[in-house]
Design a binder for this molecule. Structure first.
Ligand code: CP
Length: 315
């Protein structure tokens, strides 16, 4: 694994390897063990062209736990604001001997662009590109689900809300399918469900009550208003009445069902605060797990890089 750009095309075996590796890092992630030297001497640059709270900070913490040096480029005060192109930004940072770029961008395909144009020794990790993919979020969600539920094969997973604009939903669906989840459901209004989504192996529901019935895992998604281009939408109040998760509705899921949300949450729109802060919510665990999972992905990519360099030297 040189780059980590999407879950598309990755099999269950490599995804399980990432989850197992993350499990091994869990103690380091929560600082029970201080640091590991796996990426000592490596430089990791965080390039966030879009806002982020959880992803950027957990990538930074993960890199530091791996003993890497971290650059956080503040895009709003960088020379991209003076018109410098993505390619020139990339070349200039490469001149500082960066080994890995972690890229978040509003345009689908931005991380792939970096990977195509980066020097051969440089790795790229996608931290979310447009509506396309958010693969480390998908993996930290799988990690959280596996920790609570074990094997994926017996699970019914309900993903609720704005599936159409959600890069997280796409990554979750691909990961759940590759890991052999029993049943994956998507639930939302017709305007927010992509056409032909069934081709990804999911069942579509437009009733929240029907969709969460007997689910083991309920994943709520944010309405991605910034990507909607004026699409016809119910008001937030109407949306909550139809698709907002309440404690009462959650009673139709399995008694031990867990509730996830990638964040940021719009309380009173996607879900009630009683659910977000309630006993079934694992939302803050998802955030913590992001550190171990990102350590796993970065160390795998940079390890592959070191093995390649060693191979080049040997060859
Ligand atoms: N889940 C997620 O991507 O959150 P941030 O936008 O805060 O990084």
């Amino acid at each position: 694994l040189k780059h980590f750009l999407t879950i598309d095309g990755l099999g269950g075996e490599i995804l399980t390897e990432i989850l197992d590796r993350a499990e091994g890092f869990a103690g380091v992630a929560r600082q029970a063990v201080k640091k590991v030297p796996l990426c000592r001497g490596k430089i990791i640059a965080n390039l966030f062209f879009e806002n982020s709270t959880r992803t950027r900070t957990t990538f930074e913490l993960a890199a530091k736990r791996l003993s890497a040096d971290v650059l956080n480029l503040n895009i709003s005060t960088s020379s991209t604001a003076k018109g410098e192109t993505l390619l020139d930004t990339l070349r200039n940072l490469e001149a500082m001997h960066v080994d890995m770029f972690v890229v978040r961008h509003g345009d689908s395909g931005a991380a792939h662009f970096f990977a195509e144009h980066a020097a051969p020794h440089v790795s790229v990790v996608n931290a979310g590109d447009g509506r396309h993919s958010h693969p480390t979020q998908g993996m930290l969600d799988m990690f959280t689900i596996r920790r609570h539920k074990g094997d994926f094969g017996a699970l019914t997973v309900a993903i609720v809300g704005d599936i159409l604009h959600s890069r997280v939903a796409r990554s979750q669906i691909l990961a759940l399918t590759a890991l052999g989840a029993g049943e994956v459901r998507v639930i939302g209004p017709r305007t927010l469900i992509p056409t032909r989504v069934e081709e990804l192996g999911v069942r579509v529901f437009h009733s929240l009550r029907e969709g969460v019935r007997d689910a083991d895992v309920v994943i709520m998604l944010r309405l991605q208003r910034e990507r909607m281009d004026g699409a016809l939408l119910p008001s937030e109040r109407e949306y909550f009445q139809l698709y907002g998760l309440t404690e009462r509705l959650l009673e139709t899921a399995k008694p031990d069902a867990i509730v996830l949300h990638p964040g940021p949450i719009n309380r009173g729109v996607e879900m009630d605060s009683q659910v977000a802060d309630g006993p079934r919510s694992v939302i803050l665990e998802q955030v913590s797990n992001g550190i171990a999972v990102r350590m796993a992905v970065m160390s795998l990519c940079l390890g592959t890089q070191s093995q390649r360099a060693q191979g080049d030297e040997d060859g």
